[in-house]
Design a protein around this ligand. Structure first.
Ligand code: SF4
Ligand code: SF4
Length: 173
């Protein structure tokens, strides 16, 4: 196993709804086939329909392998985060890259715990979508002081995770 493969199998953040809300399909991707493999592909209406499936991806296995690896769409085949790239180029050592991934996973877990503490157990939705829904909930009806304090902790944890994602994972288009 290469260091890059080892890193991704310890990570899964680009599949589990931490870094992305969904996977967008391109024309060359086999949308029908992916659907037949159990991925909940939907197609938007409009002049230029877009096919996508949501994250956390239903093809992601507990050991971070991909159940549809041979048929995964282009976005999945081509995505390489900054940590992965730096490991491949040799500018970051495997142990350092692993520490970045471990820290990011820990921060994402903290966001999940805080969401659950506020009553959101929607584990099949991305963290971004869950936080957005929580924000709407907070704006809709008045909350007590404890709930507001918990929401402040959540907002800070989400902010920290976003900063980390931009600094260490997201690649400029
Ligand atoms: S976020 Fe990066 S390190 Fe993690 S699984 Fe995706 S490509 Fe691999
Ligand atoms: S299809 Fe595979 S590689 Fe793509 S998001 Fe799902 S688990 Fe990850």
């Amino acid at each position: 196993m290469t260091p890059g493969e080892k890193l991704c199998l310890a990570c899964g953040l680009c599949c589990d709804g931490t870094l992305f809300d969904n996977v967008r399909l391109e024309a060359a991707d086999e949308a029908k086939h992916l659907k037949s493999l159990g991925l909940p592909v939907t197609v938007s209406r409009g002049k230029e329909p877009v096919a996508r499936f949501p994250q956390p991806c239903s093809a992601l296995c507990p050991d971070c392998t991909c159940r549809v690896y041979a048929h995964r769409p282009k976005q999945c085949r081509t995505y390489e985060c900054k940590v992965y790239q730096s490991l491949q180029s040799g500018s970051r050592k495997p142990a350092t890259a692993m520490r970045v991934v471990t820290n990011a996973r820990r921060q994402a877990d903290r966001v999940r715990r805080l969401l659950r503490a506020l009553g959101d157990h929607d584990e099949h939705r991305s963290l971004g979508e869950r936080f957005f829904r929580m924000q709407c909930r907070m704006e809709e009806k008045p909350a007590d002081a404890d709930t507001l304090a918990a929401f402040a902790d959540l907002s800070l944890a989400v902010h920290r995770l976003k900063l980390l994602a931009h600094a260490k994972f997201h690649v400029q288009a």
